[in-house]
Design a protein around this ligand. Structure first.
Ligand code: ZN
Length: 317
């Protein structure tokens, strides 16, 4: 039977300045800003969605730029997504190293794992991002930005969860959530859902002595997995409740419907529907150009626009 979880949907991070985030994601990483909206839980803060083309689930990196709100820097530690890897073509890593050098972004080679040698950089807020070359990735990259087709990011590759103990998290993920163990090496387990492919992978890393993570600037807030539809989401929600997890009600995120819960290791998980997607309120060509608000925030538009920091996007069409 096919499990209703298809793979990764998006990864969301708390970052510092909006313009620095935009400059890095658009100009350095070459991602497309596919939606410029506000945090639905705090309409005075942006929510930027970056991805490829129409922002397909599995390609999305999203940020809340909280600079100016007195939010302290977060703590990297156990119970957190500590690395987000993006997928590129084999042979593209040399070009990426040059690109990061030219942009003044420090780059290093990460420890090898499962035959991969990730390139590691920090975003302007200190988030650990990785690039992994994977020949199996057939997803089309976004090439409307500054990075050429052979080099551009094709979407998310994997996220790494740091945990005091992998076992309870692995049990939930390989049980109710439908993941399979696809690779194991000392200290690290790779799980996949919806196929052993880039955009479907979650690595669990044991760190028994790690300090507890704390969300703040420069940390991942949550990781979302894509579910087929609303019915499957409700069914999974019911099963999670039965298994003793505290799960939120379904929340309308305009571009998908979401429920949230913490896995046993403390990482915040979201289950997000595949539809309706980012073209529900903008045409594919116009994605990311205008500030889009959910219907219930439109009456506050003037106040919201006056409060949000000004920003300049870079991409041409
Ligand atoms: Zn989310």
């Amino acid at each position: 039977m096919t499990h209703p979880i298809r793979g990764l949907h998006h990864v969301t991070a708390t970052v510092a300045e909006a313009q620095h985030d935009l400059d890095f994601c658009e100009r350095v990483l070459g991602l497309r800003l596919v939606k410029r909206t506000v945090n639905f839980d705090n309409h005075s803060v942006y929510h930027f969605y970056y991805g490829t083309a129409a922002g397909e689930p599995g390609t999305l990196w999203t940020t809340f730029p909280y600079h100016g709100w007195g939010v302290p820097s977060g703590v990297h530690g156990a119970g957190q997504v500590v690395a987000t890897a993006f997928s590129v073509s084999p042979g593209a890593l040399d070009a990426w190293r040059e690109r990061f050098d030219a942009a003044g972004v420090a780059v290093e080679e990460g420890a090898p794992r499962f035959g991969e040698r990730p390139l590691v950089v920090r975003d302007p807020s200190g988030l650990r991002l990785e690039l992994v070359a994977d020949a199996r990735d057939t997803r089309a990259p976004w090439i409307g930005g500054e990075v050429g087709r052979g080099v551009a990011i094709r979407g998310l590759h994997a996220v790494t969860l740091m945990l005091r103990s992998r076992a309870p998290t692995a049990e939930l993920m390989t049980g109710l959530l439908g993941f399979e163990v696809v690779h194991e090496e000392p200290g690290r387990t790779r799980l996949a859902v919806g196929g052993d492919l880039p955009g479907h992978l979650v690595d669990l890393v044991d760190a028994p002595e790690a300090q507890p993570a704390r969300n703040g600037l420069g940390t991942v807030h949550h990781v979302a997995f894509a579910v087929d539809g609303a019915d499957e989401q409700l069914l999974l929600r019911k099963e999670l409740l039965r298994a003793g997890r505290q799960v939120t009600e379904v929340r309308d995120r305009t571009y998908f419907q979401s429920v949230y819960f913490r896995e046993p290791g403390g990482v915040l998980f979201e289950l997000a529907t595949m539809l309706p997607g980012f073209t529900v309120d903008e045409s594919p060509a116009e994605l990311g150009q205008a500030l889009m608000l959910p219907p219930w925030e439109e009456e506050h538009r003037a106040t919201i626009e006056a409060t949000l920091p000004p920003m300049t996007t870079h991409r041409g069409h």
